[in-house]
Write a protein that binds this ligand. Structure first.
Ligand SMILES: [Ca+2]
Length: 189
């Protein structure tokens, strides 16, 4: 009791605060969430946890993301190695999803997540996947209905008329959506 029983050294904390939009408490909470994924049985030391990596099989079951229809894309976009997520990757991700992250950065990452083929444009096929995932498996929509939505998005957002949505076009439509920031925020407990 009374001793500094923090997970992080003051230096680590300082660096993480500088490199993310997270406050001290949020960084601690991210560590707890990360530990729950890598070490559910509470066997590892803090240092071992910090050096652990999460694979997709574990990530997709995590409390924060199991219900997220884009969890596979989120995992891929934020895992620098593309197949394993380090604690720093996890912090970067939670930083983008935090309420303090500026909207432009959230938009940038949302675009990467929705660009299923990792290109720099959202193609019709990306929009189809996006809509299908957003409506969820229980809401049936016909191919024609989805095509109609795609056409509507393109007619409103595709200023360059090339049948794809660029990042700039995407930012423009998203900036008009009041809900965007809300849907793109996760509070880690
Ligand atoms: Ca376009």
């Amino acid at each position: 009791m009374g001793s500094t029983n923090s997970v992080f050294t003051p230096e680590e904390k300082k660096i993480y605060k500088e490199l993310t939009f997270l406050n001290s408490n949020e960084i601690e909470n991210c560590f707890k969430a990360f530990s729950r994924i890598v070490d559910p049985e509470d066997r590892l030391s803090y240092d071992q946890i910090k050096k652990s990596k999460i694979d997709y099989q574990k990530f997709k079951k995590s409390l924060e993301f199991k219900e997220n229809p884009f969890k596979d894309r989120i995992f891929k976009v934020f895992s620098k190695s593309r197949s394993k997520m380090t604690f720093e990757d996890y912090l970067d991700m939670m930083s983008v999803f935090s309420e303090s992250c500026p909207s432009e950065i959230k938009v940038d990452y949302a675009f990467k997540i929705y660009a299923f083929s990792d290109s720099d444009h959202l193609e019709k096929e990306d929009l189809r996947k996006l809509i299908t995932r957003l409506i969820g498996p229980q809401n049936q929509m016909s191919v024609e209905q989805i095509d109609e939505i795609i056409d509507k998005i393109l007619s409103e957002a595709d200023f360059s008329k090339d049948q794809t949505i660029s990042l700039m076009e995407f930012s423009h439509i998203v900036s008009k959506s009041i809900d965007f920031e809300k849907t793109f925020s996760i509070r880690v407990q």
